[in-house]
Design a protein around this ligand. Structure first.
Ligand code: R5P
Length: 325
């Protein structure tokens, strides 16, 4: 069923279709509920040898289509499914296709760390573009520059407003310090600190001499403060738990973390459960497993309304960036 997105703000009519891959059905359903429109009927099947086959079971000719798919674990299967869905839509004469990729896998491979290594984030951008999308929408890209890997419009949404609301509701504004767990995340920390009117601190990992173990230095005053660690990805949980430890050693009274993408591989859940972190808040950009939901100090915030709003604005050709002012 199409959705007439003619809005009170006067945008022209736009017919939208939402198509969900299988990487994160709960998020797709929440976006569909927010927009009050059903997901387009379709099927993703496997051949006996596990090749992916996609069938869109509704007419999409002339439609503005949003494909919802995070390229999270299993990253290669979910990426391939996204590419094949895009191909099916293009061949079905969709007017415009937007890949909505809340968690953009391979984003950490955004530069050559050494000779004879790939830039896989660029390769993935090429694959998505070549499959036939017109636009890309994603959330908290590991590095904003990855938008430049695409030569089509790319909207990088921020989970910060969702996190800000939660932080202010739970902790107010007093005695807070926003902390980046590494020097690479300072811009992100500064942006959140501005929203909640708090100072920032930075954890700086140093190996003073080759062969000596790494030391975590804290830059900034955290003594007697409640620390909010902010990052884009928690994977093994190593960066996060080490930073929490260093902050407490430097006199912080408690440490909470807000991290957009809960990759949480290997022993991450146990590491976080046994850590001194008071809480880890992630979003549903990646579908939380049953183990994540059962972990006492992990909470999940939904970014479905944020993505839904960005979809509506895109369909009406309205500003998306104004969602973040
Ligand atoms: C790195 O630059 C990222 O922003 C994260 O800090 C990193 O991916 C976290 O990984 P892990 O949880 O495995 O330490």
């Amino acid at each position: 069923m199409s959705f007439d997105a003619r809005g009170s703000s006067g945008g022209g009519p736009a017919k939208i279709k939402l198509v969900a891959g299988n990487s994160n059905r709960p998020l797709a359903e929440a976006i569909s509920a927010h927009l009050k429109m059903p997901l387009t009927k379709g099927q993703v099947r496997r051949f006996a040898d596990m090749e992916i086959f996609v069938e869109i079971q509704e007419n999409v000719r002339g439609e503005d289509v949003y494909v919802l798919q995070s390229t999270s674990f299993p990253a290669n299967d979910n990426l391939m499914e996204l590419l094949i869905i895009i191909d099916a839509l293009k061949r079905a004469s969709a007017r415009r296709i937007t890949a909505v990729v809340p968690y953009f896998g391979y984003a950490r491979q955004d530069r050559k760390p050494g000779p004879r290594t790939p830039i896989s984030a660029k390769l993935v951008a090429n694959l998505i573009t070549t499959a036939g999308v017109d636009r890309v929408m994603t959330v908290d890209l590991h590095a904003g520059q990855i938008q430049g890997f695409f030569d089509i419009p790319t909207d990088n949404l921020f989970a910060a407003p969702v996190m800000t609301r939660d932080i202010l509701e739970r902790y107010g504004k007093s005695d807070l310090v926003v902390v980046s767990p590494d020097v690479g995340g300072v811009v992100r920390a500064r942006a959140l600190a501005k929203r909640i009117e708090a100072p920032i601190a930075i954890c700086d990992k140093r190996r003073e001499k080759p062969g000596e173990s790494e030391v975590m230095n804290v830059i900034g005053d955290v003594a007697g403060k409640r620390c909010i660690l902010i990052d884009d990805i928690v994977d093994s949980g190593g960066t996060l738990c080490n930073a929490a430890e260093a902050l407490l050693k430097n006199g912080a009274t408690e440490v909470m973390a807000y991290i957009t993408h809960g990759v949480l591989s290997g022993g991450a859940i146990a590491r976080i459960q046994n850590s001194s972190l008071k809480s880890l808040v992630i979003t549903d950009s990646i579908e939380p497993t049953a183990a994540v939901k059962a972990t006492r100090n992990i909470r999940v915030l939904s970014i479905a309304p944020l993505i839904g709003e960005a979809i509506i604005r895109t369909s009406r050709e309205e500003s998306v960036s104004s969602l973040f002012y």
